[in-house]
Write a protein that binds this ligand. Structure first.
Ligand SMILES: C[S@@+](CC[C@H](N)C(=O)[O-])C[C@H]1O[C@@H](n2cnc3c(N)ncnc32)[C@H](O)[C@@H]1O
Length: 372
């Protein structure tokens, strides 16, 4: 990993209650809570090692469309099974497992009803996490998790060993359905953060913005909708840009102000803009980050603004979620969730001038830089 920052960051994020010390306290609290509830440590550990059963049950519910089969009327497992065309007995067992995690609830009469968690698995629910639930439990994840010890031994991604090629290359060449799911999941996850970012950014004096590794363009489209004179460029891998947000594609509401650039930002960033956004992509290996920032510095004119947006592992509202993502990044791209220090060091090494670090929302931080 990279070293700590060599000069103070103008405004650093407030350490949350999730610093390593606080995390140890939280672990103690969780153990105490389990003991107070009469669950001995040996049972807590037995439950932990069956984490795959929980992830598998949520995945099955999402892929069967179980949450969509249940409306506001409580229903029995038999009724749900007939709506889905599946076996009633095993469905009852799946529901019984999910109820343990508050995904669905079972009334005294044996009928099932929604909970806040099960509603999030509905495809059309506002804030739906269905695609994210499927993405985080894709078949390749199961093979990768079983090799975590190798990744810790070597400090490298296990992906090429397991699948014969790099992660994104595998997705686009060998698992197109998984690639399409990834793009939908990123769009789903970006929906709220795109609005938060649009609220956060001050675009005074900015006529052109470029989103580097911008996925399907959710954040860029939100910005362009908010600023009717803004011209925007989306750069991402060719197969991602091909399926960009319909608002940016020919005939779309923003198409006249939009440019789509298929490419690899580690090779070149052939885009001129007043503002460059780099959101949730610098979490791969450090060498890829160095190359991307170098390419950005080479192409951007002096004075251009670069806003790098990331989740920080040392300032996260959910350490269980962020540390899981951090380990998954190690497995698939040899990457990591950054700390304030590790990302600051890479930015400073690139020669960009870091002006401020500020929270965009509860879980994202923006590193605002200028090109010297
Ligand atoms: C975690 S997603 C983030 C997407 C988007 N910025 C957001 O915040 O929702 C990472 C993105 O980086 C893109 N990507 C990966 N490797 C890339 C490369 N070499 N050049 C350009 N984009 C790349 C992926 O296709 C994906 O859209």
């Amino acid at each position: 990993m990279t070293s700590a920052p060599t000069r103070p960051v103008p405004s650093s994020p407030t350490p949350a209650a999730t610093s390593p010390i606080a995390a140890a306290t939280a672990a103690e609290e969780a153990t105490e809570a389990a003991e107070a509830a009469g669950v001995p440590p040996a049972m807590v550990l037995r439950e932990l090692v069956f984490g795959a059963a929980c992830a598998g049950a949520v995945r099955a519910a999402a892929s069967l469309g179980l949450a969509d089969a249940l409306d506001e009327q409580p229903a029995t497992a038999e009724e749900l099974a007939s709506r889905l065309g599946v076996e009633a007995g095993p469905l009852e067992r799946l529901l019984r497992a999910l109820v343990c995690y508050q995904v669905f609830d079972r009334a005294a009469d044996g009928r099932y009803r929604h909970t806040p968690l099960s509603r999030l698995l509905r495809a059309e629910e506002p804030g739906s996490l269905r695609d994210i639930a499927l993405w985080c439990t894709e078949p390749w994840t199961w093979q990768s998790w079983s090799r975590l010890d190798d990744a810790v031994r070597t400090g490298r991604s296990v992906f090429a060993d397991a699948f014969g090629k790099e992660f994104f290359q595998y997705l686009h060449d060998d698992a197109p359905q998984s690639a399409a799911l990834f793009n939908r999941a990123m769009t789903q996850s970006s929906r709220q953060s795109a609005q938060d970012l649009a609220d956060f950014l001050d675009l005074a004096g900015i006529a052109t913005a470029a989103d580097i590794g911008g996925g399907q363009g959710q954040a860029l489209a939100a910005l362009m909708e908010r600023h009717p004179a803004l011209h925007g460029t989306l750069l991402d891998l060719p197969k991602v840009v091909e399926h960009a947000d319909p608002r940016l594609l020919p005939g779309g509401a923003l198409a006249e102000r939009a440019r789509l650039v298929p490419g690899d930002c580690r090779v070149a960033i052939p885009v001129q803009a007043d503002l460059y956004l780099v959101k949730n992509i610098l979490e791969w290996d450090d060498e890829s980050t160095r190359r991307t920032l170098r390419n950005l510095r080479q192409v951007a004119r002096p004075g251009a603004r670069v806003v790098i947006v990331e989740n920080l592992v040392d300032d996260s509202p959910s350490m269980r979620f962020t540390t899981a993502m951090d380990l998954l990044l190690l497995l698939n791209v040899g990457g990591a969730k950054h700390t304030l220090g590790s990302l600051t060091a890479l930015i400073e090494e690139s020669g960009l001038l870091l002006r401020s670090v500020a929270p965009v929302n509860a879980y994202l931080h923006a590193f605002t830089c200028t090109v010297p």
